[in-house]
Design a protein around this ligand. Structure first.
Ligand SMILES: [Zn+2]
Length: 168
């Protein structure tokens, strides 16, 4: 069961809303196929704002950041590879039934996100995580002693990645 995490996207942007929290990896069910170990959690923060345009109209935007360590499954040995998830996405909110111009669809600086009355943040976070994952993750070397065990043990790469995240 995913936790319910819905906002009114347009009101959230208009009011400059801010929200942060964590999601358990076990709740991100669409990501599970890519994982060697389903454990831990990801932290997220969402910020809404009205971005002033040249003609003075505020464009509703959402900035979504997600951090966490995921234990991806190696495509060769199915062992765990620690992946340092670091998502920072900017969305331009448009009404669900708006007709998009080609310019809006091809906007490089942010993604266009069609929303209705309710925006399901948990689903959006899951989408963004799926987009951020490497297509075919593999160990540099698969013959690490202890690989192939249950995988709950700390992987040396996980420790390194964790340290790296903290130093940045
Ligand atoms: Zn491997």
């Amino acid at each position: 069961m995913s936790q319910q995490l819905t906002i009114d996207g347009f009101a959230f942007a208009r009011e400059g809303g801010a929200l942060q929290g964590t999601l358990l990896v076990s709740e991100l069910t669409r990501v599970h196929d890519q994982l060697a170990v389903v454990s831990g959690e990801v932290r997220f923060s969402v910020q809404g704002k009205l971005m002033k345009t040249v003609i003075g109209v505020g464009e509703p935007q959402l900035r979504l950041r997600i951090r966490g360590i995921l234990q991806l499954a190696c495509q060769r040995c199915l062992g765990a590879i620690a992946f340092d998830l670091d998502v920072d996405s900017l969305f331009l909110l448009v009404s669900e039934d708006a007709e998009l111009t080609q310019d809006e669809i091809e906007n490089d600086s942010c993604d266009v996100l069609p929303v209705g009355r309710e925006l399901d943040l948990a689903a959006l976070i899951e989408d963004e995580i799926l987009l951020a994952l490497p297509v075919a993750p593999r160990h540099g070397r698969c013959d690490m002693p202890g690989d192939g065990e249950a995988g709950e043990r700390a992987n040396p790469f996980a420790v390194l990645t964790g340290l790296k995240g903290r130093l940045n």
